[in-house]
Structures are given as C-alpha cells and as structure tokens.
Design a protein around this ligand. Structure first.
Ligand SMILES: [Zn+2]
Length: 64
C-alpha cells in the first residue's frame, strides 16, 4: 500500500540540499531552440562561449 498523508519527505522546508542542485547551476538560453539549459561539466572551460544547448542545435545554427 501507499503511504498516506500526502506530505512528501523529500520537500521538507528549511533543509538545504548538500549537493549542488540544478537551481544553483548557471543557466543559459539556447540561441536555436530558445530553451533554457544548464551548465554541464563538459562545458566547464568554454561555458562563456556556449550558446546552444546541444551539438544538434549548434549544427542547426550553422545551416541558416
Ligand atoms: Zn537548443
């Protein structure tokens, strides 16, 4: 059976997560699909130059 009550243990107020959550990461908007994307480890060195959320979008940008 499911545990009743409705209150989720995951969302306790006041408890800060120890790990870095997505909300703490830098965010950018993709120049092609206009979707927000978050910092990734592979972009650590080039984050300032990153304009697209994915390799695919980067290629799409060149097509035009
Ligand atoms: Zn994109």
């Amino acid at each position: 059976m499911k545990r009743g009550g409705g209150a989720s243990e995951m969302s306790r107020p006041g408890s800060k997560p120890k790990r870095v959550s997505k909300a703490d990461l830098p965010e950018k908007t993709c120049a092609v699909c206009n979707r927000p994307f978050f910092w990734r480890k592979k972009w650590a060195r080039v984050w300032e130059e990153v304009k697209y959320c994915s390799e695919r979008c980067r290629r799409d940008a060149r097509k035009r």
